[in-house]
Ligand binder design. Structure first.
Ligand code: ZN
Length: 296
């Protein structure tokens, strides 16, 4: 499996083998663009609303080879509609190409209203085992304002299984999903984002250590050094993971870096995803409001 880290949470995931294309259509090679934020630097408002340090986002450009890489995309996967995971530039880019968009039932309707060809990401989608794992994207009132968000577990029959936690603070739901599904790869946002009030809206450094210790295989940290409200640096994260003795399983890709994971942890059968996993609460107006506030 090839995991191409583009910027922030934006990832190009290649699954399936080319040679299978002729014989087994459902296992054809796919290039999944996950959570596209394609904006030019400084084209969106800052997200750090209080306490100083507000700067226009994104802080860094897309890596130079991105355009060529994106030419291969076959499908788009969106975990939630916040602008650092799906922005205006991505909307235009997807619409121009007429690419199918996979999202959970919670976000699908709103995405369809934007003129996209939306498919529900559910078990069996794209020939994969899929589970939707509900998150909390902050605590208390702030967590409510951020709206419901879900992570995605994706297990292609020919590839290691991968769990994109998406934006979250650490909850028992996430730890239980890791223990039950034993994903070969976890991808988690590590920027420790906060808006300057109300605490973290992403995993704290201590929670990232807990996650890495709990990960049965490789853990990839993204959502770093691209947005004004994400103070954790790659270097700081590397130092902490080194101090915890976790570097063997941790990857912290630079923008534009490829990570190849050849095979899963073991030959034992995978856990079956929960069929009726709910994508979370139906979002209220607050999710729409939060996205508007952030400039989408
Ligand atoms: Zn985010």
């Amino acid at each position: 499996m090839k995991i191409h880290h583009i910027r922030n949470a934006t990832t190009l995931l290649t699954v399936g083998q080319k040679h299978r294309q002729k014989h087994r259509q459902k296992h054809r090679q796919r290039h999944l663009l996950i959570d596209p934020m394609l904006a030019e630097p400084a084209s969106m408002p800052g997200f750090k609303l209080f306490g100083g340090g507000r700067r226009a986002n994104p802080l860094v450009p897309l890596p130079p080879e991105t355009e060529a890489r994106l030419a291969h995309v076959t499908d788009v996967v969106i975990t939630h509609e916040h602008p650092d995971h799906f922005d205006k530039a991505a909307l235009a880019w997807i619409r121009d190409r007429g690419l199918p968009v996979w999202a959970n039932a919670m976000d699908g309707k709103n995405l369809a209203r934007k003129g996209l060809e939306v498919h529900e990401l559910q078990n069996g989608a794209m020939g994969m085992d899929v589970e939707i794992i509900p998150n909390r994207h902050g605590r208390g009132l702030l967590g409510w304002l951020m709206g419901p968000v879900s992570g995605y577990y994706l297990a292609h029959p020919d590839e290691p299984s991968i769990y994109f936690t998406s934006d979250a603070i650490l909850t028992d739901d996430i730890l239980a999903a890791i223990d039950r599904l034993k994903p070969d790869i976890i991808v988690a946002p590590a920027g420790s984002a906060n808006i300057g009030i109300g605490g973290n809206i992403l995993f704290s450094m201590d929670e990232l250590v807990t996650l890495a210790k709990r990960a049965p295989g490789t853990i990839i940290f993204n959502h770093l050094e691209a947005l004004d409200h994400c103070p954790t640096t790659r270097e700081g994260l590397h130092q902490r993971m080194a101090a915890e003795g976790l570097l063997e399983r941790v990857r912290i890709p630079a923008d534009g870096e490829d990570i190849i994971v050849e095979r899963g942890l073991s030959e034992t059968p995978r856990a079956r995803p929960l069929e009726n996993a709910h994508p979370g609460r139906t979002p209220g107006l607050q999710k729409w409001f939060t996205a508007k506030l952030a400039g989408t």
